[in-house]
Ligand binder design. Structure first.
Ligand SMILES: Cc1cc2nc3c(=O)[nH]c(=O)nc-3n(C[C@H](O)[C@H](O)[C@H](O)COP(=O)(O)OP(=O)(O)OC[C@H]3O[C@@H](n4cnc5c(N)ncnc54)[C@H](O)[C@@H]3O)c2cc1C
Length: 488
C-alpha cells in the first residue's frame, strides 16, 4: 500500500480506476491536519473534502510541540521541586529520572490520540485523506504523490518547521531538533542547546531537571530576548544558576568527537571556547512551510520570511484560498491558530458575514523554570512608540503568599496607558506565571481599565493573585501622578 490512502477508494473504487482519474476535484482542500483538522464539521457533510497531511494528525502541538513538551515539563517541575524544599524544613531530594519510562508515559498517551484522529477522518464518507506531502502546481491545483487535485476552496494550515541555521560542520554531525529530541532513547549526559528562545529554554529545563548537564549557546546576550527586557534579564540571571551559558556566541564550527559533538565558538569579549557534549539540539526558531508547499505556483503572496500573507479574515491574495496558524506568521501559538481555524470555518460558509482574526494582543507563556507569562507591549516597544506610558513592577514577595513562599526573584510588571488607564502590557516571571497572567488577559481582552480590574472584583486572600491586584493598584497610583493623565 502506498502512502496515499483515500477512504472513498477503499469503499467504492477499484484501484485500477485510479489510473484513469487524472484530476480529483473537491469543494474543499485542507493542507495540514494540525489546527486545520478542526475546520471540518457536520455543516460540510454535503461537501467533498480532501484532507492532506504528510505527517501526524494533530500536527505540531499535539505530537511534537505544546502537549508532549508540557508533559515532560510537568515531570521536570516535580524533579526541581524536590530539590527546593529544604528551606521549608521539608527534606526531599531528586534521586533519578527514568527517561524511557517518562517518554513512554508521554507518547503512550499521545500516539493513540493521533491514530484515533486519523482513522476518524478516514471513516468519514465525504473526506479523502491524502497521507503525503502536497505542493501547488496552479492557483487551485495541488500535486500529491503524482496525482493532481483541485479545490474550489483551499485552506492552507501547513504550519512551520524548525529552522536549521548554516553553521560550518553542522551537516556532518548528528543533531536533534524539537521534532526528534523528545523521543530519544537515552537522556543526554551533556546536552548542548543552540538557541535562546522558548523552545531552547523549555527543553533545556526538561533535561537539566532530570540530571543532564546543559549548555545553552546563544548569539544574543540574553535568553528569551523577545520578552520584556526585565523579564529577559531576570530569566537569564536565574538560568545562569542552572545552565552553562555561552552568550553573545559566534559558532565557528561544529564537529564530531568520540564523545559526541564539539561546538567551537567565540563569545563577545571572551576568547575561543570549545564545548563538548553527547547530544546537540538545534532550537534556533521556526520557519513557515510555504516554500515546500510552493505557494508561488499558485500566485500566493508571502512576506520576505515566507509567511503567507493574509487579510483580517484569513484570505490570501488568491480568491478562495485561506491561510491559518503558524504559516501566516501572525503568531506561533496554538491558541491563536485554533481561533483562526474557527474564523475560517465560519468564513467558508458566510462570505457576506466574514469573521475577522483576533487582533487583540496575543497572550503567551514560557514553561521554563521559572515560568514566564506575558501579553501586550514590552517596555522596549512602549518606549519605541514614544507614547506616554506608566511602568511599574511588583515583587511576588510583597504579597502575602509570595512572602510565605520566601520568593525573592519573581515579579509582575505592568505597562499602562495613563490616558485610557488601560493595561497595555503585562509580564510575569515566577511560580505559575502562565496562570497569573491570565488574570490580566481577562481584563485586557474585556476592555477593562486598571481601575475596573483592581476594584471591580474581590481578590481572595492570601492567594498569589494578590500580586496582580497589588500591581494594578501600583499602576493606578502611577496613572494618578502621571503628567500625561487627563486633568479631571
Ligand atoms: C516544542 C514546541 C513547543 C510548543 N509549545 C507551545 C505552547 O506551549 N503553547 C503554544 O501556544 N504553542 C506552542 N508551540 C507552537 C504550536 O505548536 C504551534 O503554534 C501550532 O501547533 C501551530 O499549528 P498549525 O496548525 O499552524 O501548524 P501544525 O500543527 O504544525 O500543523 C501543520 C501540519 O501541516 C502538515 N504539512 C506541512 N506541510 C505539508 C505539505 N506540504 N503537505 C501536507 N502536509 C503538510 C504538517 O505535517 C503538520 O501536521 C510549540 C511548538 C513547539 C515546536
Amino acid at each position: 500500500m502506498s502512502f496515499l490512502r483515500r477512504s472513498t477508494y477503499s469503499r467504492s473504487r477499484a484501484p485500477s480506476t485510479r489510473q484513469t482519474v487524472a484530476v480529483q476535484h473537491y469543494d474543499l482542500i485542507i493542507i495540514g491536519a494540525g489546527s486545520g483538522n478542526s475546520i471540518i464539521g457536520p455543516e460540510m457533510d454535503h461537501w467533498r473534502i480532501a484532507m492532506v497531511e504528510r505527517g501526524l494528525f494533530g500536527g505540531t502541538c499535539m505530537n511534537r510541540g505544546c502537549i508532549p513538551s508540557k508533559m515532560f515539563i510537568y515531570a521536570a517541575d516535580l524533579a526541581v521541586q524536590a530539590t527546593e524544599t529544604a528551606r521549608y524544613g521539608v527534606h526531599t531530594e531528586f534521586h533519578d529520572a527514568d527517561w524511557p519510562a517518562i517518554v513512554q508515559r508521554v507518547f503512550g498517551r499521545i500516539d493513540p490520540i493521533e491514530a484515533g484522529g486519523r482513522s476518524y477522518r478516514q471513516s468519514l464518507p465525504n473526506v479523502d485523506v491524502y497521507e503525503h506531502s502536497a505542493h501547488f502546481v496552479g492557483p487551485h491545483e495541488l500535486e500529491v504523490m503524482g496525482e493532481h487535485i483541485t479545490g474550489d476552496r483551499i485552506v492552507i494550515a501547513a504550519g512551520a518547521r524548525p529552522f536549521v541555521p548554516e553553521i560550518p560542520g553542522l551537516d556532518d554531525v548528528p543533531f536533534h531538533t524539537s521534532d526528534t529530541i523528545m523521543r530519544i532513547a537515552r537522556r543526554p549526559q551533556h546536552l548542548i542547546v543552540l538557541g535562546g528562545g522558548f523552545i531552547a529554554t523549555e527543553l533545556g529545563h526538561v533535561f537539566r531537571s532530570f540530571g543532564s548537564e546543559v549548555t545553552v549557546v546563544n548569539r544574543g546576550h540574553r535568553l528569551l530576548q523577545a520578552e520584556d527586557i526585565d523579564i529577559s534579564h531576570r530569566f537569564t540571571e536565574l538560568a545562569a544558576e542552572r545552565f552553562d551559558l555561552a552568550l553573545g556566541a559566534r559558532i565557528d564550527r561544529v564537529r564530531m568527537t568520540p564523545k559526541g559533538v564539539a561546538v567551537e565558538l567565540t563569545c563577545d569579549g571572551g576568547g575561543p571556547r570549545t564545548i563538548e557534549g553527547d547530544v546537540l539540539l538545534v532550537a534556533a526558531g521556526r520557519i513557515p512551510n510555504s516554500d515546500q508547499l510552493r505557494v508561488e505556483a499558485a500566485g500566493i503572496a508571502t512576506d520576505d520570511r515566507g509567511n503567507v500573507l493574509v487579510d483580517d479574515f484569513g484570505r490570501t491574495n488568491v480568491e478562495g484560498i485561506w491561510a491559518l496558524g503558524d504559516i501566516n506568521g501572525r503568531h506561533q501559538l496554538k491558541h491563536m491558530a485554533n481561533g483562526e481555524a474557527k474564523a475560517v470555518r465560519h468564513n467558508l460558509f458566510h462570505p457576506h458575514d466574514l469573521r475577522a482574526y483576533d487582533d487583540r494582543p496575543a497572550p503567551h507563556a514560557v514553561f521554563t523554570h521559572p515560568q514566564v507569562g506575558a501579553i501586550g507591549v514590552t517596555e522596549q516597544e512602549a518606549i519605541a512608540s514614544g507614547a506616554p506610558v506608566c511602568i511599574i513592577t511588583h515583587q511576588y514577595g510583597d504579597a502575602a503568599y509570595g512572602w510565605a513562599m520566601e520568593d525573592t526573584s519573581s515579579f509582575c510588571k505592568l505597562i499602562g496607558d495613563p490616558v485610557t488607564r488601560r493595561v497595555i502590557g503585562a509580564h510575569i516571571i515566577g511560580y505559575q506565571a502562565s496562570l497569573m497572567v491570565q488574570l490580566l488577559v481577562q481584563g485586557m481582552h474585556l476592555g477593562n481599565t486598571a481601575d475596573e480590574m483592581a476594584h471591580g472584583q474581590v481578590w481572595i486572600h492570601p492567594t498569589l493573585a494578590e500580586v496582580v491586584e497589588q500591581a494594578l493598584l501600583k499602576l493606578i497610583d502611577a496613572f494618578d501622578s502621571s503628567s500625561a493623565a487627563p486633568a479631571v
